[in-house]
Design a protein around this ligand. Sequence first.
Ligand code: DSN
Length: 415
Amino acid sequence: MNYEAVREVDPAVADALAGEVDRQRDTLAMIASENHVSEAVLEAQSSVLTNKYAEGYPGERYYGGCEYADEVEQLAIDRAKELWGAEYVNVQPHSGSQANMAVYTAVLDPGDRILSLDLTHGGHLSHGHPANFAGQVYDVENYEVDPEAGRLDFESIHERAERFDPDLIVSGFSAYPREVDWASFQAIAEAVDAYHMADIAHITGLVAVGVHDSPVGIADFVTGSTHKTIRSGRGGIIMADAEYGDDIDGAIIPGTQGGPLMHNIAGKAVGFEEALQPEFEEYARQTVDNAQALGDHLEKHGFSLVSGGTDTHLVLVDLRDSHPDVTGKEAEEALEAVGIVLNANTVPGETRSPFVASGIRAGTPALTTRGFDADACETVGHCIAEVVDNLGDEAVMAEMSDIVDELCADHPLYE
Ligand code: DSN
């Protein structure tokens, strides 16, 4: 990864790309939505398919010269159908947000009602935050997690749905550490005659191999992104029953997108092929085991975890009890200084601004790709605890930074 061709034209960008390779090698990527794709996925994503316009779908394009684009997109679709067991798949969304936008566009009219989880409780901007298009085009109300238990409370969600009478209910989250009961959401959606969209962006990989139950075949629409736990090319995906295929196809193109990013679709196809191999199930299971080891260590050290633990690839630490004077942002910055890169995150009942927040979210997908096991994740937990307990203590920071360096050296990346 020396970026020689880039360097000849543009040394500044070549330096930044080389710097990013070193940054990923020399730090621990614990942003729960990130991962390290294989060199095969990287190669496919940087292929000549970036040059190709291919509006339309395999076999029905608006431009000529699409035989290889067709082949690649059809492979991505067929592999996705095998991975998630969906009747219909669209691999063209540029991102998870675009996937959500396409579903809304396919079945809702402006002003229709969406019921979704509050952003500060673990939802996502594209689920209808006022600052997002979805919050501006649709009438959105939020449900929340139980403030004490940190878990979904289906009785209260049902009551809210009966009162609000939504046209679409969103399940699936960005910062919810527990497995989701898709059937209960579907029962509520049916009771109020609403569509149900499950956004599995974070857990696509866990669902693909049965580590988490799947909403495919339960929810009307399943959306996701393709570069998080599934570790394929960057972008989004939509799955549904075959009956919705034409509406979703039209909502992507011409509805909300133009030419598909064919190079990214090639990366999706290659990553899906990797995920179909038996090792991927081991990877997904280890990702969850690692998050649990990390969470257990932090809890033993006196940190509170939202919901008291995790069933997923992430832990959400609520700093308010253990470290009331430390904001999520301060913790994030101190941890980054020793090479642990994660994000400040709001917690249920948040009183601070989302830019500062009272929690941190830490994920294990990227560490697990590097070969981290539960013991190594406990060591990471030790470093997180020491840094947050001793903010500003240079000696502790130096000691933890050395441990992070050793962990990185023991788990090489992009050699
Ligand atoms: N930015 C992603 C996350 O961190 O959860 C979601 O889009």
